[in-house]
Design a protein around this ligand. Structure first.
Ligand code: HEM
Length: 508
């Protein structure tokens, strides 16, 4: 009886609230919301595809209701510019899911902070201290070491007598580069031995990341309907325990770095050392430092590896592009040395391949959710304060109004017209644009280009046994970061002399 009464009351509140929003504001069109749940049951799992379909039906700016929260999604370059440039100031807060709110202690980090004094301070730390060209260059040996570790492993696996001609699951090799690169860059630690064995701290680290993904993906109704949370106290407990576990591990590593600095008197280039030595200058609390370090893990680990997996799928589907890239690599690098990032300016086709892959398969197709800090007008419609705003960068980059043959994987399009992808051209926004544009864009592009360059220079790639290139499945998994639904499998054949596959481990 009480539950029934509660449901009736909540339905009435919802109806009054949405009716009030509709008469007070001119909201963008969209599918009709149901009481209480809004459009939660209408949205298909791969959201950016569903929103793109709705945009065909209702226009380039749509309303989607998650419970009583309004989400506005824009899907063309003019509206993207309005959101990310002209109205950016009032659309730069973040929507924090329950897990994001817990992990970030309500936005004490960068990713989940609302736009304000704290955000401006930590963003400044990132731009002036962490992602400077000097530091990125100083950390280059780590990236190159990890990419060579991948090459060596693929060589060993593909030439092993039992495995010759067998397909490899690309994700495991690409994921290891991303994991080791980010833990070394952020924490100054390679948790994995050269033989691939993970130490105790590394196991704990991996378990925390996996648990974070699990909690973050819990799409329970309580996420969107706050009063339902009373019925799920255990979930709240799980979030709190996760935070404690993460802090314990991070503090232990921070202590190790503090002790090492006291001993040697000098700081290293890793983000953890940079942040610990700058803590007083920028008035950063321990929570801020922990939050920033985990931001780098969350935002920087999967994105590059996922992008390379998509790019490799397209390269195997398009042998013409693969061959042309290999011809470029052979003529610029030859077969007596390996690629370094310093070669990039001389490898325009390789760079276009990375860009074309990010156009067709941006790893975060809806970017990260922005939130309105004031009532704003976009495209002539009202966006009330507190609404979430998403830019469907996947749809922008496939819009036939701005791209010729948008579904074709053709890197040459960027030789013909040099389109910026770091937030200046609103047709192509894999890293977002404006105040919240990805600070790790250069790092991500370098790592991705380096992985692709090495994979193509060292090996020829063919589909898994029995598959034709056309049969490679390019469908997406649901989620904030878009993985391939069917992990890519491919056969690698070495194409350089065998001594070119040896990694010279770098200790830094
Ligand atoms: C291919 C690789 C990558 C892609 C496509 C990518 C894309 C993005 C996108 C779309 C956003 C959201 C922008 C917005 O909300 O408007 C973002 C934010 C962010 N990214 Fe990246 N990213 C990549 C790699 C990296 C790396 C390697 C790092 C760091 C190690 C990084 C750190 C961040 C951070 C900290 C934010 C939050 C910025 C803020 O809220 O102010 N990303 N990224």
């Amino acid at each position: 009886m009480t539950i029934l009464l509660l449901l009736v009351t909540v339905t009435l509140i919802f109806l009054v609230y949405t009716f009030y929003q509709r008469i007070r504001f001119k909201l963008p069109p969209g599918p009709r919301p149901w009481p209480i749940v809004g459009n939660l049951y209408d949205v298909k799992p791969v959201r950016f595809r569903c929103y793109a379909e709705w945009a065909q039906q209702y226009g380039p700016i749509i309303s989607v209701w998650f419970g009583s929260t309004l989400n506005v999604v824009v899907s063309n370059n003019e509206l993207a510019k309005e959101v990310l440039k002209e109205k950016d100031k009032h659309l730069a807060d973040r929507h924090r899911s329950r897990s994001a709110a817990k992990f970030s202690r309500d936005g004490q980090d960068l990713i989940w902070a609302d736009y304000g004094a704290h955000y401006v301070k930590v963003r400044k730390v990132c731009m002036l201290e962490l992602f400077t060209p000097k530091r990125l260059e100083a950390l280059r040996p780590i990236r190159e070491d990890e990419v060579m570790a991948m090459v060596e492993l693929i060589f060993n696996d593909s030439t092993h007598p039992d495995k010759i001609g067998k397909s490899l699951v690309m994700r495991s090799y690409l994921g290891a580069v991303a994991f080791n690169n980010i833990t070394r860059l952020a924490f100054g630690k390679r948790f994995m031995t050269n033989e691939g064995v993970i130490d105790e701290q590394g196991k704990e680290f991996k378990a925390i990341v996996a648990n974070g993904v699990k909690l973050g993906a819990s799409l329970s109704m309580a996420e969107h309907i706050p009063w339902l949370r009373w019925f799920f106290p255990l979930e709240e407990d799980a979030f709190a325990k996760h935070g404690e576990r993460r802090d314990r591990l991070t503090r232990a590593i921070m202590e190790e770095h503090n002790a090492a600095r006291l001993k040697t008197g000098g700081a290293k280039q890793h983000f953890i050392d940079a942040l610990l030595t700058l803590q007083n200058q920028y008035n950063l609390s321990d929570d801020n430092v922990i939050g920033l370090l985990w931001d780098m893990i969350t935002a920087g680990m999967d994105t590059s590896a996922v992008s390379v997996e998509w790019a490799m799928a397209e390269l195997i589907k398009n042998p013409r592009v693969q061959q042309k890239a290999q011809e470029e690599l052979d003529s610029v690098i030859g077969s007596e040395r390996v690629l370094t990032e310093l070669d990039f300016p001389n490898l325009p086709y390789l760079r276009c391949i990375a860009k074309e892959a990010l156009r067709l398969h941006p790893p975060t197709p809806l970017m990260l959710p922005h939130k309105a800090s004031a009532n704003v007008k976009v495209g002539g419609y009202d966006i009330p304060k507190g609404s979430n705003v998403h830019v469907n960068v996947w749809a922008l980059a496939r819009d036939p109004a701005t791209w010729k043959n948008p579904l074709e994987f053709r890197p040459e399009r960027f030789l013909e017209e040099d389109v910026d992808m770091k937030g200046h051209d609103y047709r192509l926004l894999p890293f977002g644009a404006g105040r919240r544009v990805c600070p790790g864009a250069k790092l991500g592009i370098n790592l991705m280009t380096s992985m692709l360059g090495h994979l193509l220079h060292h090996f020829s790639w063919a589909p898994a046994n029995g598959l034709s290139p056309e049969e490679i499945d390019l469908s997406e998994n649901p989620g904030l970061v878009t993985y391939m639904q069917t992990p890519l499998q491919a056969v690698a054949t070495p194409r350089l002399p065998s001594m070119m596959y040896k990694r010279m481990a770098v200790d830094m």
